[in-house]
Design a protein around this ligand. Structure first.
Ligand code: C2E
Ligand code: MG
Ligand code: MG
Length: 642
């Protein structure tokens, strides 16, 4: 394996070899035929068929004609003709030469006319029917002219009847030869075309097997193959290489809200950016969905791999215009290097994947290098699936509550219920470790029911304990709201727990609504009818149409933590936050900022007119007992901890 693996494992050779050389070679083949003819003319002179003078004139004509042709080919002037091989010109010239020689012959001109067949043979591989017909007509006309000239200038040397008999014979035989020639020529064309098609089809099949049709990048099979070769080579030479596992952030939301064609467009653009950000010798592959892998040949150590990942993050996060919207897409990147993080393809890929997953769960738009403790902490998927069922039965799930504070009064108006898993071996697990698996395995339905039930019981318990009133927000997943029994289930929970529906708030994301807008609108209206409040979570990450949101019975927009994180410095985020606040207010919605961690963010958001905030500046999510004692101590005016 060469040190730089080719980006595309095969290339179709260009069929445009040096055609001019081929044409010149063909011309020399013609010259050879003339040479044979000249020898035969010499013999004819010896047996008195031709006078020495006639011989000399014929040879001079042959030489002049071939000299002229040679000049055309040698100077490249032939390129100016439509038929660059000059086949037709050469044929007509050849016929003229034959007719001249026939005129010079004293008798037995049929010997010369036989050469007409040789000339037609010459055209078999190049002529179409039209050219065969013109050549044949040219021959017959030429011979008729020769007979007439002979009758005028050398009547004593011509047997007119014999010559016209020969003419008639030619007129019969030549069209037949031309017809057969044209058929052969057509067959040959068809053969060439079929061969071309076959070559193209083979190329396409090979490409389909090794490449992704959407982006044109090599696919997983191709990546695995190249990696295997590179590993074998690196093992021998002691070389190192790096692997980047790239996953676009919130891609599903874009796909769901703007549609698949737009999603495809985004993927193509991402592929293009990745390809242009790396070296020729690096391999960029698409594994499927929004997952890409880059095999970087010269970035074997952590530092250079990190620099490359930063470059890719910067390039991907440049705004892209999709359907007239300017969209900013970020990515999460996991890094692994050979041989430190794995010796074989599956290990390297899964370690880079694990690091990517970590980058996602710690906030996205970042890169994380694989390390062995990542592996220890990462729970295997099946372990999560199996474990969650047990967790529900064995009461290992908890709801924690994070206060939402009103900017103006400083009072806590509500809390958000956030799920935790008190794992017997791994300690307290955050939802990013298991919610995705739960969603993918449908376990989110019983899990979500448990969350709703627990939150409502808690509302009732706090009501009974005569705590001041504050709302409890519950996060819903898309599978839950698309479940037809959801509404009646919620009703029965409210009934059995006796919780005040006015204290329950439901958080859904934009993309959940946009999956089936009409159905969601009906459901939201029904939920509203029960008296519960509704808010749109992670607002700004889903690209839903604002005009659509306006028709939904929603009370609150929660600005995603991603926009708050870099405030007040990031101008783009500031502009977005400002726009969301203005828009929400114009639609009579309240705005909650998520993830407020410091005083500067607090001051700015307050100044901009944001209504509530949630974040570590006040409290992280705490257990129900901790929250209860906080409220007992301070009422709803919980002091900030930051
Ligand atoms: P979310 O609904 O956007 O919840 C806010 C997340 O931001 C919570 O993470 C919260 O702990 C975190 N957060 C709050 N303030 C700050 C801050 O100042 N700085 C930082 N860095 N983070 C802050 P958590 O609890 O890990 O939840 C993550 C996500 O998991 C939630 O995002 C929500 O989408 C999902 N989730 C949580 N509980 C449930 C649930 O019961 N059901 C469903 N379906 N999803 C849930
Ligand atoms: Mg939430
Ligand atoms: Mg959120």
């Amino acid at each position: 394996m060469a040190s730089a693996p080719p980006q595309f494992p095969f290339t179709l050779l260009s069929p445009i070899a040096d055609r001019q050389a081929l044409r010149t070679r063909r011309f020399f083949l013609g010259v050879l035929a003339y040479a044979v003819g000249v020898v035969l003319l010499g013999l004819a002179t010896m047996v008195d068929l031709l006078t020495p003078q006639g011989f000399a004139l014929s040879v001079a004509l042959v030489a002049a004609w071939n000299g002229a042709l040679f000049w055309l080919f040698a100077s490249g002037a032939n390129a100016q003709f439509r038929d660059k091989s000059l086949t037709h010109v050469q044929t007509l010239g050849g016929i003229a030469v034959i007719m001249f020689v026939a005129y010079q012959f004293q008798r037995d001109r049929s010997l010369v006319l036989v050469w007409c067949l040789v000339v037609l043979l010459f055209g078999i591989f190049r002529f179409r029917t039209r050219e065969f017909v013109t050549s044949t007509l040219f021959m017959l006309a030429g011979y008729a002219l020769v007979i007439n000239l002979l009758m005028t200038f050398r009547p004593q040397s011509v047997d007119v009847y014999l010559e016209w008999y020969q003419w008639a014979w030619l007129a019969l035989i030549l069209p037949a030869v031309a017809l057969v020639g044209a058929r052969i020529s057509a067959l040959r064309d068809r053969l060439v075309r079929a061969n071309d098609e076959l070559t193209n089809a083979l190329g396409t099949i090979q490409r389909m097997a090794t490449h992704d049709s959407l982006t044109g990048l090599p696919n997983r099979a191709s990546l695995t193959d190249t990696m295997q070769h590179l590993i074998a080579d690196a093992d021998r030479s002691g070389r190192r290489f790096g692997l980047l596992f790239i996953d676009l952030d919130h891609f599903k939301a874009i796909n769901d809200t703007l549609g698949h064609p737009t999603g495809d467009q985004l993927l193509r653009e991402a592929a293009r950016r990745l390809r242009t950000s790396v070296r020729e010798s690096d391999l960029v592959a698409r594994l499927g969905g929004d997952e890409f892998v880059i095999m970087a040949n010269d970035a074997g150590d952590r530092d250079s791999l990190g620099l490359l990942a930063d470059k890719l993050l910067a390039s991907l996060s440049q705004p892209v215009v999709l359907e007239g919207h300017e969209v900013k897409v970020t990515a999460s990147i996991g890094m692994a290097s050979f041989p430190d993080d794995g010796h074989d393809v599956p290990t390297l890929l899964s370690n880079a994947d694990m690091a990517m997953y970590k980058a996602k769960s710690t906030g996205r738009d970042r890169r994380i290098a694989y390390s062995s403790d990542l592996g220890e902490h990462a729970l295997e998927r099946f372990e999560v699936e199996k474990g969650l069922r047990r967790a529900l039965q064995d009461n290992e799930l908890r709801l924690f509550y994070q206060p939402k504070i009103d900017f103006q009064s400083g009072r806590m108006l509500g809390v958000e219920a956030l799920i935790r898993w008190q794992h017997p071996d791994h300690g307290l697990l955050l939802p990013d470790r298991f919610i995705r698996v739960a969603e993918e395995s449908n376990f989110i339905i019983p899990l979500g029911q448990w969350v709703l039930q627990t939150a409502c019981r808690q509302i009732r318990a706090w009501q009974d304990a005569r705590l001041p009133r504050f709302s409890v927000a519950v996060n819903l997943s898309s599978k839950q709201i698309s479940d037809d029994g959801f509404l009646s289930h919620l009703q029965s929970i409210l009934r059995t727990t006796g919780a005040d529906a006015g204290l329950l708030e439901l958080e859904i994301t934009e993309s959940m609504v946009m999956e089936d807008p009409a159905k969601s609108a009906r459901l939201l209206a029904n939920l509203r009818g029960l008296g519960v409040k509704l808010s749109i979570d992670d607002f700004g990450t889903g690209y839903s149409s604002l005009s659509y949101l306006k028709q939904l019975p929603v009370d609150t927009l929660k600005v995603d933590r991603g926009f708050v994180k870099d405030l007040p410095h990031n101008r783009d985020d500031l502009a977005i936050t400002r726009a969301v606040i203005a828009m929400a207010h114009s639609l009579s919605m309240r705005v909650v900022a998520e993830g407020v961690e410091d005083q500067k963010q607090f001051d700015l958001l307050k100044l901009e007119g944001c209504d509530e905030f949630q974040g570590y500046l006040c409290r992280p999510a705490v257990s129900s007992t901790d929250l209860e004692s906080l409220v007992r101590r301070h009422g709803l005016s919980i002091p900030l901890s930051g």
